[in-house]
Write a protein that binds this ligand. Structure first.
Ligand code: AMP
Length: 202
């Protein structure tokens, strides 16, 4: 089973992906994590994307599609992929469809985590404060200025994917506002077929 977790920054995609890895043996493919790893490794690509990421803008489709393609080619023998933070543009969505089709695979569900903006800001500011208090590195883009750009990028470039996947009959909305356990249960219900997009759209 391959799924996409869709939603704005701070919606809980990474947290929920982590839980699916634990409970279902799925593989989390987070382009944000891959890009952060690339920049600390000092590769040319990493250096190139660092400033773009820190400003809160999207890196090019070519780069992230390349990262995903590499992972799809090398990771095997698991309970499916969770695409976390990818796709973020319509071009990326098309590319993902093609990459999966080439492997004889399909996308089984797209879960949109819905959270209002005020809560996103609180969560991200809280995430930065928690990391700082624990002596962990704070993400360079977890500040009010970058966050504003990240939200704009989401609404301009990523939110059209909601309509795109809805039209394909693949989209299910999940309330991302509640406690993490409640969101986890709702996602489980979608994946276990208790809630289906067909029924929702009917
Ligand atoms: P995230 O960890 O998903 O919040 O991503 C952090 C940053 O990495 C984003 O603000 C973008 O600069 C970049 N990024 C991550 N995934 C993508 C993607 N699919 N397309 C373009 N840029 C991305």
């Amino acid at each position: 089973m391959n799924i996409i977790l869709l939603g704005p920054p701070g919606a809980g995609k990474g947290t929920q992906a982590g839980r699916l890895v634990e409970t279902r043996g799925m593989v989390q493919l987070s382009t944000g994590d891959m890009l952060r790893a690339a920049r600390t490794s000092g590769t040319e690509m990493g250096n190139r994307v660092a400033a773009v990421m820190d400003a809160g803008q999207l890196v090019t489709d070519e780069i992230v599609i390349g990262l995903i393609e590499e992972q799809l080619d090398t990771r095997t023998g698991h309970g499916g992929f969770i695409f976390d933070g990818f796709p973020r543009t319509l071009a990326q969505a098309d590319a993902l469809g093609e990459l999966l089709a080439r492997k004889g695979q399909a996308l089984d569900a797209v879960i949109e985590l819905e959270v209002v903006d005020d809560v996103l800001v609180d969560r991200i500011v809280g995430r930065a404060a928690e990391a700082a208090a624990a002596g962990q590195p704070v993400r360079a883009d977890d500040n009010a200025e970058s966050l504003k750009v990240r939200l704009l990028e989401y609404y301009k470039k990523t939110s059209p994917l909601i309509g795109y996947y809805h039209a394909k009959g693949a989209l299910t909305k999940v309330d991302g506002l509640g406690p993490m356990d409640a969101v986890e249960d709702e996602i489980a219900a979608v994946l276990d077929g208790v809630r289906t997009p067909a029924r929702e759209n009917a």
